[in-house]
Write a protein that binds this ligand. Structure first.
Ligand SMILES: Cc1ncc(COP(=O)(O)O)c(C=O)c1O
Length: 372
């Protein structure tokens, strides 16, 4: 059996090697390394895939969040609500731009924002909610958009982990995550469901004015070459990365199916393990399983990780510290009990497009042998 990895990027590359290599060779031959035609083509293809008005590619998913916030032109005392159980990027850009960071708690089963807790934290200074679609499924967008309409707020959807998943509205209609709020952002970090071979990201919007502001901000605030309309940053997707992403975007739905098959295998084979809480799919979202994250009840999560490591099974803890507890973001004593509890119970199992039946069986058997 092939060694088990959290993510098998080599295996995925082998299957599409010819197309990827040809794309890379073409960019090198053209020598259009910056803003080459592949970047625009990829932006258009991603906009079509998402059914979104505009996609602007940028250097990474953290920049995408920064560009999105900069485009909103917020007052300096703006308060921005972000989930406390999350990757650091959203909190980081809010702090860098010197807005007030307000953490909210998350749902104990879905891991995404708890809209009731968000509602409790809205003040007259609140301007933005950053809804993070964590681990492969959506935050409760319908409720968050309702709250945003009531209070005149912007909603940014951080879709770095859930690209390709759909939001299911209460009337049964669907939209791709990342296209419901005012701006969506994403990351093409290599291990993401749509990952390149380096860094990459994008912002997504249906608003032409925001799209043009974000395109300018990502390019030093220029209106045209060497004319500066606003303060911007330098954030570009390399042409090489766009050439790598184009064939991978064509296969994204197929990759999602493989992730769902692996998740389904885990669900079926781990459901009788009574000390595990398996990931639950929210009724308002499809799931693309960026992570397969379980919660360990009654037993020690870190000892389970050590037990699996002895079987050469890697695991990861996303995330071991709630952001309001991190020294960098600890502004005031607040209690967010769900986020805090999750940090000591969650563990993510290997999840990628190349997992085999034998590997999945081996992982499930090793889990079941823990503590027996
Ligand atoms: C939820 C979330 N937001 C933002 C980012 C930032 O993306 P990048 O690493 O491309 O800056 C990540 C990446 O890990 C992420 O998981």
């Amino acid at each position: 059996m092939k060694p088990i990895q959290m993510v098998d990027l080599q295996g995925q590359y082998e299957a599409i090697k010819d197309e990827i290599d040809a794309g890379i060779a073409q960019v090198i031959r053209s020598a259009k390394f910056i803003n080459g035609p592949e970047v625009g083509l990829f932006e258009k293809e991603l906009a079509d895939y998402l059914d979104a008005g505009h996609v602007v590619a940028c250097a990474n998913g953290t920049d995408a969040l920064q560009i999105a916030l900069m485009a909103l032109d917020l007052p300096p005392d703006a308060e921005i609500i972000v989930p406390a159980f999350n990757y650091v990027a959203a909190a980081e850009v809010v702090a860098l731009l010197k807005y007030k960071l307000v953490f909210a708690d998350v749902h104990p089963r879905y891991f995404t924002l708890d809209s009731e807790d968000v509602r409790r934290r809205v003040t007259p200074k609140t301007k933005v909610i950053i809804a993070v679609h964590l681990f492969g499924q959506g935050a409760p967008m319908e409720e968050l958009m309702k709250l945003a309409h009531e209070h005149g707020l912007y909603v940014i959807e951080d879709n770095a982990q859930s690209i390709g998943a759909d939001y299911i509205f209460s009337d049964g209609s669907r939209k791709r995550l990342g296209t419901i709020g005012h701006i969506g952002t994403t990351s093409f970090f290599p291990s993401k469901n749509l990952g390149c071979y380096g860094d990459g990201g994008a912002v997504i919007t249906n608003d032409a004015h925001l799209a043009s502001a974000m395109r300018s901000i990502a390019s030093h605030g220029q209106s045209k070459k060497y004319y500066y309309q606003r303060v911007g940053i330098n954030s570009r997707l390399d042409t090489l990365q766009a050439a790598i992403l184009r064939p991978k975007l064509k296969r994204l739905d197929e990759y999602i199916i493989r992730r769902r098959e692996a998740a389904d295998f885990y669900n079926r084979h781990l459901q009788q393990v009574d000390w595990l809480i398996l990931p639950e799919c929210a009724p308002y979202s499809t799931h693309v399983y960026h992570q397969y994250t379980v919660q360990v009840k009654e037993k020690n999560r870190d000892n389970l990780a050590a037990h699996l490591a002895a079987f050469q099974i890697p695991t990861m803890v996303y995330y071991p510290e709630a952001l309001h507890k991190a020294p960098a973001y600890h502004r005031q004593e607040i209690s967010l009990p769900v986020a805090e509890a999750l940090t000591s119970s969650v563990i993510s199992l290997p999840m990628h497009t190349e997992l085999t039946h034998d590997q999945l069986t081996y992982i499930c058997d090793a889990i079941k042998s823990y503590g027996t």
